[in-house]
Design a protein around this ligand. Structure first.
Ligand SMILES: C[S@@+](CC[C@H](N)C(=O)[O-])C[C@H]1O[C@@H](n2cnc3c(N)ncnc32)[C@H](O)[C@@H]1O
Length: 363
């Protein structure tokens, strides 16, 4: 019996480590007829499938730094050596033909497509792909995307409100370019990989922050925290250029590898430092003059503000004295009382009926 935990841990007991959609996969593949010698697992957020199938030495597609930490921690806690883990990003090619691919279907259908592309490239007539999901999250698009890649796309019976999509016989596929342009009214072009926050358009909260951000000439070390495709960092760098202000040391940090890779595309004319992490742990304390953020609170189908609250605390610790934390959020999230526990000054820079932009100063 494995002892598995979510990373980061949560106090919210309604947030679970796994669901019936995970157990349905394990139950289905317990059939000894299914070839498990070359398993690939995608979108296994906390390592539930990876740890249960560890003995088969699966290749595990990792999109998030927190996912990698979760899988490593769960392996260590269960005495499963991490040296033999085969981890790869969604942008890498699988090394060998796939006999069995297991996908926990992500909320983003374009990310689902990216996983299928990666798996399809190493599929043949002997490959079985199992995509599992909770029935309430089923969409017709899931089926139509799967059918672009595989001739047979059969749905299982529902079990505990979950279902499996069983894909066989790969089709000839003309792989589509997996970088999407984003429309903006700003004088710069943006693009991003599938599954990165706010596909095709600029998020309204991000726009609210960008239109109202107050920069100072003394802002030298800057962090775009939860940077997504890098749009906020890019806007700041452009604004500094327009003012002919001195060069700054710009850092971008995001939990998603696809976000970080997208921001590298968008900021290629600038010097910047990229951090694929879910925490500020690798920075010195009292380091930054300015941290800006449109922080996360949606994770797939979950809503979780604990992660942002932790990032706020870390932001406080990594700002210099006099440093500023500028954050935008949906009004109902009401982050201000929490931030007041740390920052001596917490002021509203701008607000409307939906969003609040706060400037917090560390004294
Ligand atoms: C609301 S989006 C903002 C993205 C971008 N700044 C923008 O405004 O378009 C939040 C971002 O937080 C990232 N994220 C989630 N958890 C994180 C964590 N623990 N540390 C850093 N980034 C995280 C997500 O990958 C996502 O890109």
């Amino acid at each position: 019996m494995l002892n598995l935990q979510r990373y980061p841990e949560t106090k919210n007991s309604s947030l679970k480590l796994s669901s019936a959609a995970d157990d349905y996969i394990l139950e289905y593949i317990s059939d000894t007829e299914i070839d498990k010698n070359n398993i690939v697992i995608a979108n296994d957020r906390f390592g539930y499938l990876s740890c249960h199938l560890y003995k088969w030495n699966p290749s595990i597609i990792i999109n998030y730094s927190s996912q990698e930490k979760s899988i490593l921690t769960n392996c260590k806690n269960n005495n499963l050596s991490i040296n033999s883990l085969r981890l790869l990003s969604p942008l890498e090619n699988l090394a060998t033909k796939v006999s069995l691919a297991l996908i926990r279907v992500p909320k983003s259908m374009e990310l689902f497509r990216l996983f299928l592309t990666q798996i399809h490239k190493q599929s043949d007539e002997n490959t079985l792909v199992i995509a599992s999901f909770m029935t309430k999250y089923f969409s017709a698009q899931m089926l139509s995307i799967a059918s672009e890649y595989f001739q047979e796309a059969e749905q299982s019976k529902a079990w505990k409100k979950s279902r499996l999509l069983l894909l066989k016989h790969p089709k000839e596929v003309d792989y589509k370019l997996n970088i999407n342009p984003i429309k903006t009214d700003y004088p710069f072009n943006l693009q991003q990989y599938p599954g990165v926050f706010s596909s095709n358009k600029i998020d309204i909260a991000t726009q609210f922050l960008m239109d109202n951000i107050n920069l100072k000439q003394t802002d030298n070390k800057i962090l775009d925290l939860a940077s997504g495709n890098g749009i906020i960092a890019l806007k700041i760098l452009k604004q500094l250029d327009e003012n002919n202000w001195p060069e700054v040391e710009m850092h971008l940090l995001d939990n998603s590898i696809l976000a970080i890779e997208s921001s590298k595309l968008n900021l290629k004319e600038y010097k910047a430092y990229y951090h694929y992490n879910d925490s500020l742990e690798d920075f010195e304390l009292n380091y930054f003059d300015l941290i800006v953020s449109n922080p996360p609170f949606h994770f797939e189908y979950e809503i979780n503000t604990e992660i942002s609250l932790h990032l706020f605390k870390e932001s406080f610790e990594h700002l210099k004295k006099g440093g500023r934390f500028i954050v935008v959020y949906n009004r109902h999230l009401n982050y201000s009382p929490f931030l007041k526990k740390y920052f001596s000054s917490v002021k509203i820079s701008k607000e409307n009926h939906r969003f609040v932009l706060l400037e917090c100063i560390k004294s």
